[in-house]
Design a binder for this molecule. Sequence first.
Ligand code: NAD
Ligand code: DAU
Length: 373
Amino acid sequence: MSLPHLHLLVTGGAGFIGANFARAFLTNDPATRVVILDALTYAGNLANLEGIDEDRCVFVRGDIRDTPLVCDLLRQHSIRALVHFAAESHVDRSILGPDLFVETNIVGTHSLLKAARLVWLEEQPGAHRFHHVSTDEVYGSLELRAPAFSESSPVRPNSPYAASKAASDHLVRAYHETFGLDAVITNCSNNYGPYQLPEKLVPLLIVNCLLGERLPLYGDGLHVRDWLHVQDHCQAIALAMRVGVAGETYNIGGENERTSLEILRLIVSEIDHAFERDPSLSEKYPHCPAATGKSCAELVAFVRDRPGADRRYALDISKARRELGYAPRAAAGPAFESAFRGTVRWYIEHDAWWKSVMDGQYREWVALNYKNR
Ligand code: NAD
Ligand code: DAU
């Protein structure tokens, strides 16, 4: 589709992936301006947007469920394309409190769809694009040797989070089929990279190593995820925005399946070695076992699993390769290991960032989540 100079609305742009996306998009496309709409929930942080080109980026604190606000933004900023990241995104939180997931992920997505329909189809018809960011979790869990999920795999979500994302995918598709909204959906696998809140596995393990706190592995630690560098994900979204076909869904993965235990081992090895290379880290992180010559592996604790835990996710990305020209740069092998180690080093260097986002509200929730495990 042709959207020559983009004024792009990014919902959830103060969250992990949204902030990485806004940053990359502004860098790669000098003709672009971005409006970020974010409610700044516990997961959204302006610190994630530090250093972004403020002349080309407007931040609006607001709720995607506020349909009149969304309509006003589309009109005021002549926005013809949006990328929708805003969501409640953590499975554990959806188990402890599903209501907000229905509100944000289903009602919130529907609010955006209503605004897009009104402004782009009724008031000012013309080229537009609604890009919906979704997850591989909508497909449910895979047996260990089963083939990876394709776009035509049945939708069988297991957690309230996954069910709410699946419902939002259905609504987006329905608005395309029924009203002719130009909409594309991408379903991606587990992202890792800078600015991820330390409630998700990778940053949680890194930060806990550095603070000398236990490393909780759910169940036997052998759940498999497909790990995708956030920059690869952002590249795929940009491609789908440009060449994705309206009404289509594309799976975006990293072709890199690893168990949680393997992920933990990589983190431990990178941190242990970082302390060997740089003795000043021992002063910065005195509670880390590596500060006294021990290995962070001593912090591992196998804890009670999630109810309904998904054993394995894996994505067949051949459609995105073929139709979008997508190829993950940090795919399995040395490229993944190097990108992953780079991520671990980012957290070692950016303690000011993660200390600023782990506020009282965050700590209270972590205490609750791990209390009976
Ligand atoms: P995140 O939790 O880090 O960020 C979510 C952002 O949405 C936050 O900035 C938050 O303030 C904002 N938000 C929440 N409710 C809002 C509302 N009602 N109105 C406006 N803003 C609101 O999430 P993330 O990890 O960056 O994920 C982004 C998207 O990608 C989500 O839709 C998620 O389902 C999807 N996804 C994430 C992953 C992953 O590995 N993180 C993988 C697959 C799909
Ligand atoms: O697959 C895509 C999904 O990836 C996204 O849709 C979600 O938004 C995102 O949160 C992520 O979901 P997961 O549940 O896979 O990610 P999480 O980091 O929470 O957990 C990854 C694996 O690690 C999972 O098997 C559970 C396990 N785990 C998680 C935490 C938080 C642990 O063993 N210990 C932990 O403390």
